[in-house]
Each structure stands twice: as C-alpha cells, then as structure tokens.
Design a protein around this ligand. Structure first.
Ligand code: HGY
Ligand code: MN
Ligand code: MN
Length: 421
C-alpha cells in the first residue's frame, strides 16, 4: 500500500520514527573507532572513516536506496520519489570525527536521515520528491583543514582542485586518501537540491539548561580560522641571558592570552580559541626557535567578527615586536560570514516540533555545519537536540534516547513538509 502522506487526517497522530532502531544503529556505528572513554576517533579518510562509510552504505542499500559518490567523496543515498525527475529533499551530516570525538557529532544527522528513510518504508509512504541522505566528507577540519571543505566544494565555495589538494600533517592529500579508501567518486560536484535539513546535537549548554527538547536553528555564527608561525632563535636554556632571548613560545603564550581576552571583550556571544600548538624543537633545555599555532574566532555578527580580526592582527604585531620575533606566517585559512537559514524551512522545523508537542526554541548554531554551505545553494535549516552538559568534541559527549528520537521525528516531518511538488 503506497500511502501519500497528505491522505492522513489532519488530527491523526503524526507518523513517527523507530527510536530504538535509530539508537541501536548509533551504538553499532560507535563501535567503529571506539575510544576508551566512550567516544570515537574516525578521522576523515582513515580506514575507520571508510569502515563507517561502508556500514552506512550497507544499511542504506538494505533500505532500498541507490548510492552515488561525488568527486569529493560525498556519499548520496537516494530513495526514489514518485516523480524522480524532481530535485530531492536532502538531509545528512558527517561521519568523520575529532580525535577525541563523541558518538553523536555528525553521525546522528547521517543515521537520523537513514531512520527517516527506514520509517517511510515502514509506513509505506511514497514521497513526490526523491529523498537523499548524505555523508559530507571531512566536515570536522581536524585531519584536513579547513572544515566543511567537501560541502564547500559542492556549494561552489571552493574549487575541486583546492578541495582535493588539502593535505594532512604528513602531506597526504584528500585526493590521495579518497582513492586509497575507495571513495574517489566520479559524480560531478553540485546538483539541484529542493530543500536541505541537517539534524545535529547542539554541542552547547542552552537546550539542556532550559529543559528544551528541540532547537529550531535560525542561523549559524560566522567564523575565521588562522595559522600562525612565530620565529625566534633556538639557543641553550642555561647560558643564554634572559634579555638576549628570542623565545617563540613566549610570543605564542602572549597571543594565546590575547585571543582569550578578545573573546571575553566581545562577550557574551564571541568565541576565541587556540586549539593547536607545535613547538620546535620541543626539547626541555632549548629555547623554542619556532612555534606553529592555530586561532579560531567566531561571532554571529560579521561586523564584530571583523573587529575581532583587526584586534587580533594588531595585537599579534605588537607581541612580535615586544618579543623580537618574526611573524613568519599569519594566514586566514577559513572564513564564512554568519549564515541565516531559510525561513520556510525553519518554519517547517518549528511546525514539526509543535506537531509532536515537543518543547522548542529558536537558537543560533555556535558550531559550523555542512548546512552552512548548503544554505548558499538551497533552502536549508537545521534541527538541534540537547547534549548532556553541553559537552561535545569530547569522548564523553552524550545524549538521551528521548532527545535522539525527538530530533529524528522532527526531521521526518520537516522533510515531509517540503517533499511535495
Ligand atoms: O568547527 C566546527 O564548528 C565544526 O565542528 N566543524
Ligand atoms: Mn558536527
Ligand atoms: Mn564537530
């Protein structure tokens, strides 16, 4: 029986997903790259990332999907529509993780999308439009910088050549690693999308603190990433008098304090972080001659983000002068302006939350997501659920089965709300 959703009486209980099946799939996937404290490490394009992709492809095929892979390794699982010539309604997220990542970041949006397809199958519902669930390659920007590079190429923000040339610390490129793991697809980048939705944990404390189940994501804050190299002079930690030193780590330490100060200066919404630091030669009795470090600043208002950028550059120049260091590199490697999501899609998310009677509130995403780039090429919105203690990018990242089920129910109905002609 192929029921069309709009044949349901308006006051009927909304069709729902199978929360236990979704939870079991998440726990099964979490075994791939499992880490001691309950998280996962599935860095982009490693063998573990491949294993996760393979498992998703197997499950998607079992759910009747066809599979295609584009030139950046983005995996598309497609459920045909009644009129398969129409542009699809798309959902998905990422399968790659941080080195000490959690078992929900990204993969919840991928498997939540698969659960939508599985539930449509259970209920015998045929949508007018095709439905697609996507794994976007290298969302995290951990092994390969910048973040969201493959959805960025899909959306025309980066060239394919730029995307494939991103290299890790060992010089291995994304193109080489895609070929090595068997996900160097041949489908050209980019295609029409009717509407896109991404389901994700909030990765912050707001929803849980307010005891709200659904975050109706109206926008995502902008961000800028930098790479910095300070060069001083290695010399002996013993005989070198303090005034004669050109200590690259001293300069980096002062920039770390500057970054933190800039973040607080633009409170309560600004964020500013130094996440990576490499000291050369990193020997306990050698004054560091060179230091590499990264800077990540974010704000929901582009003008404030630009002001933070200016303060950062001015501060770094002064610190370099004061500590007699050369700024061998100060490069902004990633930037996107704050992203407003599509009003109609946001309304679709809100209506779906109301349909189930879930508590909900509008929220701006602090994290970047592939949806941020999709919003540039298709009407896009996101669905958030809380995470325990607001903790993410940490092995202890956690969520309740109730939150996980609620988010996928909202995703199902938000997508159905956009799946007719
Ligand atoms: O950095 C971010 O916001 C995302 O986790 N890539
Ligand atoms: Mn994520
Ligand atoms: Mn993440």
């Amino acid at each position: 029986m192929n029921a069309m959703l709009n044949s349901q009486p308006a006051d009927a209980a909304p069709i729902a997903i199978n929360g236990q099946r979704l939870w079991d799939s998440l726990m099964e996937m979490a075994k791939i790259g499992a880490t001691p404290k309950g998280g996962v490490c599935r860095l982009a394009l490693t063998d573990l990332d491949r294993q996760g992709r393979d498992l998703f492809v197997q499950w998607a095929r079992e759910a009747g999907c066809s599979i295609s892979v584009d030139q950046m390794g983005n995996v598309f699982a497609r459920r045909a529509g009644k009129d398969d010539s129409l542009a699809p309604v798309v959902t998905g997220s990422h399968a790659d993780s941080q080195p000490t990542g959690g078992k929900f970041d990204g993969i919840y949006g991928v498997l939540g999308g698969l659960e939508v397809i599985r539930s449509l199958n259970d209920h015998g519902i045929e949508t007018e439009r095709p439905i697609e669930v996507v794994i976007w390659t290298n969302e995290e920007g951990s092994r390969f910088a910048p973040a969201m590079v493959a959805s960025g190429v899909f959306a025309g923000v980066f060239t394919l050549e730029y995307g494939l040339s991103r290299a890790d610390v060992d010089g291995k490129t994304m193109g080489e690693e895609l070929r090595r793991i068997g996900y160097a697809g041949d489908v050209p980048m980019g295609k029409p999308i009717h509407a896109a939705f991404e389901l994700h944990i909030e990765q912050g404390p707001i929803l849980e603190a307010e005891d709200v189940t659904i975050g109706v994501v109206t926008a995502a804050q902008g961000q800028r990433w930098y790479e910095v190299i300070f060069t001083g002079q290695e010399s002996h930690a013993g005989p070198t008098p303090m005034p004669r030193r050109r200590d690259a780590l001293l300069g980096a330490a002062r920039v770390i304090e500057l970054v933190n100060r800039i973040g607080h200066a633009h409170a309560p919404l600004a964020c500013a972080t130094v996440g990576m630091l490499q000291v050369h030669p990193n020997s306990r009795n050698v004054i560091p001659g060179q230091v590499f470090f990264t800077i990540d600043i974010r704000h929901p208002e582009d003008a404030v983000l630009a002001k933070m950028d200016a303060e950062l550059r001015e501060g770094i120049a002064k610190i370099a002068a004061d500590t007699k260091l050369e700024t061998t590199k100060l490069e902004q490697i990633f930037y996107y302006a704050p992203v407003p999501f599509d009003t109609a899609c946001v309304d679709s998310v809100r209506a779906a939350a109301q349909r189930f009677g879930y508590s909900h509130r509008d929220i701006v995403s602090g994290a970047g997501h592939d949806a941020c780039y999709l919003a540039g090429v298709a009407p896009t919105a996101m669905v958030f659920v809380p995470c325990v203690g607001g903790i993410s990018h940490n092995e202890i990242e956690d969520a309740t089965p109730e939150w996980i089920e609620a988010g996928a129910n909202v995703l199902l109905h938000a997508m159905l709300g956009r799946s007719s002609r």
